[in-house]
Design a protein around this ligand. Structure first.
Ligand SMILES: NC(=O)c1ccc[n+]([C@@H]2O[C@H](COP(=O)([O-])OP(=O)(O)OC[C@H]3O[C@@H](n4cnc5c(N)ncnc54)[C@H](OP(=O)(O)O)[C@@H]3O)[C@@H](O)[C@H]2O)c1
Length: 287
């Protein structure tokens, strides 16, 4: 049995389907009750559990051979959660620990990167054979159908800086492939596609594929993250994390190399153009 944490989120849902395609048995675990719907999408078992609750974590880990740990997005205790999952996996005698980290976790200014680096340390220092996956910024952050509908590519950071990108489907295909495979023990894999593009170039690809004019617009961060101070300290965290991430992207962008992902997939990674074509075909099918 393979335990997938934060399975009800965007990454987890894609991963559960990828594992099911390979016929690997999955226990999907998430704090969100909607995780139970994954029983209809490839999960053999689905469990509602808070990873910060030791009793819940113990139940989630019981009888598991491999763990694929996804940290909850912008969670103020992401590092504590990761360390607790590693500790429980050690106690339970798990045979393989796959960590969903992030590309360049060394970028200390970013709170989500700091958390993932802390978990990487716990993973590397544990006696469990591990594989660390470091995905790039997902192509799925671009809502192609909405962009074509509005004629505007909007995002909360500069359209002038370039970011590397990766298709989440490529990432989860690799995660499903490596889980439980001793050939990937003690490896750290950067998972990045071949596009290195700014917002104007993304808009141009969407315009070319859709045949519609697409402009760019800087979306105010306040659409996502309140600039007002929060009553509870932990509620500041996701906002702080977003401000830092998008500030960093605006100033520096982010880079990566597609070689490792191509090697793992046995084909070139999905391109931005292929992603746009696929998204528009899916939107057309959905009506
Ligand atoms: N987006 C990207 O481009 C990108 C790139 C590389 C890496 N990543 C990383 O990938 C990870 C997953 O991102 P995502 O977009 O899939 O996140 P997501 O959609 O927000 O999913 C996270 C899930 O974790 C659940 N959760 C929160 N607290 C929990 C707890 N205490 N115990 C159990 N489950 C809990 C959430 O439930 P609730 O919704 O009910 O809180 C949610 O279902 C993040 O760590 C992110 O940094 C993302």
């Amino acid at each position: 049995m393979i335990l997938v944490t934060a399975a009800g989120g965007r990454t987890g849902r894609s991963l559960v389907k990828a594992l099911a395609r390979l016929g690997k048995p999955v226990r999907a675990v998430d704090i969100a009750p909607s995780v139970t719907a994954l029983r209809d999408h490839g999960a053999d078992e689905a469990l509602v559990a808070d990873l910060l609750e030791p009793g819940d974590l113990r139940k989630a880990m019981a009888g598991v051979e491999s763990v694929i740990h996804i940290g909850p997005l912008f969670h103020h205790r992401e590092a504590d959660i990761g360390r607790a999952v590693v500790a429980e996996a050690r106690r339970a005698g798990v045979g393989h620990f796959v960590q969903f980290s992030v590309v360049h976790p060394q970028i200390e200014a970013l709170l989500n990167h700091q958390a993932k680096l802390a978990v990487e340390r716990a993973v590397v220092q544990s006696p469990i054979p591990f594989t660390i996956l470091q995905p790039m910024h997902y192509l799925q952050n671009i809502d192609v159908a909405a962009t074509v509908r509005s004629g505007v590519h909007r995002k909360p950071f500069s359209h002038d800086t370039r970011l590397a990108q990766v298709d989440l489907e490529d990432v989860t295909a690799v995660a499903a492939q490596v889980a439980g495979d001793p050939g990937h023990h003690y490896a750290t894999y950067e998972l990045c596609g071949s596009d290195y593009v700014n917002g104007h170039e993304i808009a141009a690809v969407i315009a070319e594929v859709s045949g519609r004019p697409i402009t760019t617009e800087l979306q105010p961060i306040s659409d996502f993250a309140s600039s007002e101070r929060q009553t509870r300290e932990e509620d500041e965290f996701p906002y702080d994390a977003m401000y830092r991430l998008w500030g960093h992207y605006s100033r520096y962008g982010i880079t990566g190399n597609p070689n490792v992902l191509g090697w793992l997939l046995g084909r070139p990674p999905t391109t931005l153009r292929e992603y746009v074509v696929r998204e528009l075909e899916a939107a057309a099918q959905a009506g």
